[in-house]
Write a protein that binds this ligand. Sequence first.
Ligand code: K7E
Ligand code: CUA
Length: 673
Amino acid sequence: MTRKNKRRSKAVLTLLAVAAAVTVLGWLAGCGTTGDQPAPTTVASGDTDAVIAARGLTPDDVYAAVKTYVPTGKKDEYVMFSSGGHSGQVLVIGVPSMRLLKVIGVFTPEPWQGWGYSNETREVLAGGNVGGKEILWADTHHPALSETGGDYDGQFLFINDKAQARVAVIDLRDFETKQILNNPVTTSDHGGTFVTPDTEWVIEGGQYAAPLGTAYASIDQYAEKYRGMVTFWKFDRSAGRLMPDESFALELPPYWQDLCDAGKLASEGWIFCNSFNTEMATGGIEDGNPPFEAGASQRDMDYLHVINLEKAVELAGAGRTIEVEGFKVLPLDVAASEGVLHFLPEPKSPHGVDVTPDGEYLVISGKLDPHVTIFSFDKLKNAIEAGTFSGQDDYGVSIVDFDAALETQIELGLGPLHTQFDDQGYAYTSLFLDTAVARWSLGGDAGAKNPDPAWSLVQKTGVHYNIGHLVAAEGDTVSPDGGYLVALNKWSVDRFLTVGPLHPQNFQLLDITGTGESMKLLYDMPIGIGEPHYVQMINADKLNAWEVYPEVGWNPLSQSKDPNAVAIGEEKVVRNGKNVEIWMTAVRSHFTPERIEVEKGDHVVWHITNVEQAKDATHGFALPNYDINLSLEPGESTTLEFEADVGGVFTYYCSEFCSALHLEMVGYFLVKS
Ligand code: K7E
Ligand code: CUA
């Protein structure tokens, strides 16, 4: 902790108060003029100039329209994968059009996709049950595309659920979720998901410290019994699954770990996780203790956790782990004594840690510090090797000397959170309190590409409002593309028509093709499922999704032909005691068979194959009162299973308007009481 930093943090608190007041005043002033009413002229015709004049468009508006309009039949250049926030799903959005392409069912049922009604999809969702209990929401934060050599490869997507410490795997051949795992070691996560450069490991960092496993311990024993953690999930790319038996967690002190990032190129093999509440505040304002927000913000420095993953893997392989709830955990004392874990002081209530594209520098944003702090990985590594430590924490972890690893600090503005990069040697940091994006120039080799002095603030652009994360095209890879940046704003305030007191959030597309000049605002996209935290943006050319399943009778869970796939002419119903098994086909415009009669109390196993191979020829399968709706995409074969416990006559029908005779695509399910 330098004296300079102490002075800074006092100044910051004053600045924060002023900024909050200025922001509110700005909005109040804006209220009278912008309002929520539609523009007076909503319909205009004639030639282009007449429309521009009638709609009152400025040259900047026209530029933005031309930059983002994607004519019918043309495709977007980039695809964004966005957290679907509390819905527990993932949004797929085209750029630059900002059109919503898909909502992928992940942690929660998604009826249109039949996600959560068939045996296969129920099995995946059940992976996310916590202690046998079904969880009906998720707090998704960080999607992570799989990488090869530090670059997105378009094969898989991972995402975490902060609330229940869960991770999911989505296969980008069919954009469907294949696996959900609940972390047995912790109750909440946040620093995930992030991948190592070849996706060998998927990182899930913890958030709020708690006794490891599901144990109880009094909060009076916080320092002794509560722990943080980071989990390294081993990913088997050919199986498309995380492998719990080959995965392990690292026990950490009960600081609250925040975001993580994986080293790349120069820093490959290392993992960096932020932390806050190194004060170990335990709350209890009702008992006269400082409230969390004050108790956890007393120190000027928290600790960046610097983790030597290669060494951790070696020790885990050598059996140095213990078991918690059947899961391997590398104990804190082993990690500290074997040099797996070091701390590096970082100011102040840190949030984002982002590794530069060359892997040479770590960019730290402290929520209560107007600077980004940049550490040199080289200096950090040398300091660790030379033992340049400023002490140890209470748990015996060596603390690397701050100045020994520091490259520089750049004052950007208030509330810096997250950083992304472009192809011109610039970095972009979100400023939550300033509600702006700061563009700044990198130093080192990467910074040599732009005309600005190394490590300097170049320009700031205001966004609307309260930006959290931001994303640039492939902006966290070893080779960012530049061009587009999206500000992921928490508040929209006055940007859209009022739809009640719960306002949409606002994704704002910015043009970052220029160098020094201001970033042009191109498009506002209201997000109606909040709160999306993070998004990744991949070049559309890298995605190779199937247009139809490769073979008729395909099982999306096994990604191979299903043994119960049904061909036309082979449909049948077989009764075996109380068990009734049905093999059914779906094709435009009928189900075969069209009548099925069972006894109340029978156990029904129902296989359905959509035998079509035409693009988009999806059939639904709705079974009312049995809570079943399936989506059978061309070629797909699926199985559902239930007790026929509701007597009566039910029509199962196709719930996708697939053909002129779609309404006739129906059958009777008769349950005799
Ligand atoms: Cu800043 Cu969860 Cu990445 Cu929200 S986190 S913003
Ligand atoms: Cu099949 Cu409608």
